[in-house]
Design a binder for this molecule. Structure first.
Ligand code: CRA
Length: 821
């Protein structure tokens, strides 16, 4: 029995080698005597996949036997990146694989580079989901992730003459070794049609006769935990034509059209919407949302019914996590199933539904909240619209009893917005139904209570919670920064920090230790070399390792103020140009690195990318400047590039106008990697300051409470001289494209909504402080060590434990295995 508990597959290098060769021959179908790096990667991935499958079977059987309460994490986006390195590290067999491969004449790292990124998401929210899956698996929680299997992930960014072009991401073209298609796990999903009232067993009930039927098929992706045998599942749905409906079309003889319309079903899950902030009310997007929600809920209810027959127990066995409003139709769908299909009484069903959902909102401003036009919803999901009206009716009646006839407030809180275009407010629906409403940082949670959901907070203060975001140290240190990982384990005397990241505080006592400092600097150098090589290969620009590597990588948005960064770079350039040689010799050399994608329709963001390239062109070719300043734009920033960029950064910039970044998670990854932050007091930075102290980072800019007043002052406020001079250089065509950039300058000298001009002086001061600190390596290194040491609170392990305990009410369910000694 014991042997079986450990599985069939052996993990010594010889067994691994045999497995790899087996997969070369029989899975990849190449000769085991002749295969290239890509084929070796495929075989390797399949051998890892076997081990993941075995563990996920064990985990699922164990969950089934124990029947714990499970959490279902519903998210329309998961930014998983690559899986190979992460998997073998979490399985604890990376070294064995490396040895097996080297005997075959291959290098593990080289093969790992063959893997493409799974980019089924936009930015922060999507990568957060991926980090949280890793933590749920590692902490042994009985969890499932549910999402959509887009055929095209986030677009590839190609830069031509400084302009962003979008190209499709054919990520499945070379196959995806990690997923398993479950041809038997399929569910019909209904759309359109009409709702009829019928009498069933003497009771009135609503029957939805759909106009279109699409089949959802499951693709399972294993998510292994670290230091545990538990391996959970991310189940992604893909659209398939439904046989039931199509047979009729075939029988009527319209063979060609019937086949063509079959193809339409696949469109539902084909593309990811590439905008991470605005909601456009598009029919396909709504279809995607319902498609994924409906399939997931059917799957969850099927699993529940396998072991239970009474829906009273449903909330004891199921927690549903809404990752933003995107999956919030799940609320309505569960209501529909309980009332229309399980024939529960409305009020009983509503009681149950209200115990299921935990809702996390990631938006900061009201404009970022989803509203679905009633006409659209009514045509695509007629029964759901009725249910929403009924939920709203009951809610408003209840509300009147609590707050009286305050019509302004009633209309603000209503789920239905009666404006020129009548819409459904998905955020209000979620707040009304969820038992907890979570913000993603303390600052953001306060904002929810005092601004976005003030009316609701006054009604139900107990619902509102803060679940500060976090990132997984497995991906962001162990996988991406092996040298730092080794150093941390050496100085802490244990690898236990990989599961218990709070142990990193143990570094604090050595922050002044000369030996640690020396090793710490070496690690940074190794990572800077890797980044410098990448930069040179990608852009031809040679950068000096002695320079400060100053990075701002994230989606391009006006509120994230990449423009402020570029204006600062122009200022620096201008200063250097106006210095004599002796002054220049005191300048701290910088390599400024900017990267990130702009949403395809976001013209201002695209202009900022163009400006960055124009400025880079000028600076990098100016022999007066040489190594004192370089600017590079990294195209197509994604998870695997982040793994190279973040460890190699000395300084990272997080410049959002205060009050605009709900949390920000990039900063947490940089922090873990001992990179110093230059940041505004916004989002999670406020908590980072609490952990590491304001003296260990460079803060600047208006604070949240000052922003409204500064904006009031309006367009007339004084543009500081330094800022005006920089803008003049752009306007005068120093960087070319004079006309094209005028509007960017106007935005700063005009309304200046994002406060670039008013924060400019303070930004330059923070930059000067960073230069000064960098010139003192001991001081800098100490600050760097203290950054890593204080990063424990920003592990997604902490986030997930918070959710499990304060919101989901679930407990670990750990498969007993070799990890338990
Ligand atoms: N764009 C926020 O803007 C936050 C992440 C994850 C965002 C970030 O500040 O760190 O979520 N919001 O919580 C979002 O996606 C739909 O709203 C983001 O990634």
């Amino acid at each position: 029995m014991f042997g079986l508990m450990d599985g069939f597959l052996k993990n010594d290098p010889i067994s691994l080698q045999k497995d790899i060769l087996y997969h070369v021959e029989y899975t990849v179908a190449r000769s085991r005597f002749s295969f290239d790096d890509f084929e070796a990667y495929q075989a390797l991935a399949h051998s890892v996949r076997d081990r993941l499958i075995e563990r996920s079977h064990d985990t699922q059987l164990f969950f089934k036997r124990k029947d714990p309460k499970r959490v279902y994490f519903l998210s329309l986006e998961f930014l998983m990146g690559r899986s190979l390195s992460n998997s073998v590290i979490n399985l604890g067999i990376r070294d064995q694989y490396a040895e097996a491969l080297s005997q075959l004449g291959f290098e593990f790292e080289v093969l790992a580079e063959q893997e493409g990124d799974a980019a089924l998401g936009n930015g922060g929210l999507a990568r957060l989901s991926a980090c949280q899956m890793d933590s749920m698996a590692t902490l042994d929680y009985p969890a499932w992730g549910y999402g959509l299997r887009y055929q095209y992930g986030l677009f590839r960014q190609v830069i031509l003459d400084g302009i962003q072009h979008e190209q499709p991401d054919f990520w499945l073209n070379f196959g995806n070794p990690w997923e398993t298609e479950r041809v038997h796990v399929t569910y019909p999903v209904k759309f359109y049609g009409t709702v009829e009232e019928e009498i069933l067993n003497g009771e009135k009930c609503n029957v939805w006769n759909p106009g279109e039927l699409v089949e959802a098929v499951a693709y399972d992706n294993p998510i292994p935990g670290y230091g545990t045998r538990n391996t959970i599942t991310l189940r992604l749905w893909a659209g398939k034509p439904s046989d039931q409906r199509d047979m009729e079309a075939f029988n009527t003889g319209d063979y060609i059209n019937a086949l063509v319309s079959r193809q339409k079903a696949e469109n539902i899950s084909s593309v990811l919407y590439p905008d991470d902030r605005s909601y456009q009310g598009k029919e396909l997007r709504l279809k995607q949302q319902y498609f994924f929600v409906s399939a997931s809920i059917q799957d969850i209810i099927r699993r529940f019914k396998d072991a239970h027959s009474n829906f009273d127990e449903f909330p004891d066995k199921v927690a549903l996590q809404l990752n933003d409003t995107h999956p919030s139709l799940a609320i309505v769908e569960v209501m529909r199933v309980l009332v229309d299909e399980e024939h529960l009484d409305w009020h009983k069903a509503w009681d149950i539904v209200c115990k299921l959902f935990s809702f996390t909102i990631h938006a900061v401003i009201a404009e970022g909240l989803e509203k679905i036009p009633v006409d659209l919803l009514g045509s695509l999901l007629p029964r759901h619209l009725q249910i929403i009206y009924d939920i709203n009716f009951n809610f408003v009646e209840e509300l009147k009893k609590r707050i009286g006839l305050d019509y302004d407030r009633l209309s603000r809180m209503s789920i239905v917005e009666e404006a020129a275009v009548k819409t459904i407010r998905m955020a209000n629906l979620s707040v009304v139904c969820a038992h907890t409403v979570n913000g993603v940082s303390t600052v953001h949670s306060e904002l929810l209570k005092t601004k976005l959901f003030k009316d609701f907070y006054e009604l139900w203060p107990e619902k509102f919670q803060c679940m500060t975001n976090g990132v997984t140290q497995r991906r962001w240190i162990v996988v991406s920064n092996p040298s730092l990982c080794a150093l941390l384990s050496k100085w802490l005397g244990t690898e236990a920090w990989i599961r218990n990241v709070d142990l990193l505080t143990g570094l604090r006592e050595y922050a002044d230790d000369a030996d640690l400092q020396q090793e710490w600097m070496m690690v940074k150098k190794v990572n800077k070399m890797r980044l410098a090589e990448y930069i040179e290969a990608m852009s031809g620009v040679k950068v000096s390792l002695d320079a400060m590597f100053d990075v701002q990588t994230k989606r391009i948005h006006e509120y994230k103020r990449q423009l402020l960064n570029i204006l600062g770079i122009i200022h620096r350039y201008d200063c250097i140009k106006n210095m004599d040689k002796s002054q220049q010799s005191k300048v701290v050399p910088r390599v400024c690195i900017i990267g990130g994608k702009a949403a395809p329709g976001y013209e201002v963001a695209k202009k900022i990318i163009k400006l960055c390239h124009a400025v880079a062109e000028k600076i990098n070719n100016d022999s007066d400047v040489g190594d004192l300043l370089k600017l590079v734009f990294i195209p197509d920033y994604n998870v695997s590039l982040a793994e190279v960029v973040i460890p190699g950064a000395d300084l990272s910039q997080h410049l959002s106008t205060a009050g605009h970044e709900a949390s920000g998670t990039g900063s947490m990854k940089f922090l873990m990697n001992g990179c110093l932050l230059l940041a505004t007091e916004d989002g999670s930075t406020v908590e980072i300051v609490e952990e590491i102290g304001a003296e260990n980072l460079f803060l600047f800019g208006a604070k949240i409470h000052e922003v409204p007043e500064l904006r009031e002052k309006g367009p007339a406020h004084d543009v500081p001289l330094q800022c005006a001079r920089v803008l003049r250089l752009i306007r005068d065509g120093h960087f070319g494209f004079q006309d094209y950039f005028q509007s960017l300058c106007d935005s700063v000298e005009g309304e200046d909504f994002y406060l670039l001009s008013s924060d400019f002086g303070s930004y330059l001061e923070a930059q000067a402080a960073a230069d000064k600190a960098f010139a003192d390596p001991k001081k800098w290194t100490k600050m760097s060590i203290l950054s890593t040491a204080g990063s424990g609170r920003f592990s997604s392990d902490r986030t997930i434990r918070d959710y499990a305990e304060k919101s989901w009410g679930i407990e670990p369910c750990r498969f007993p295995s070799e990890f338990d000694g």
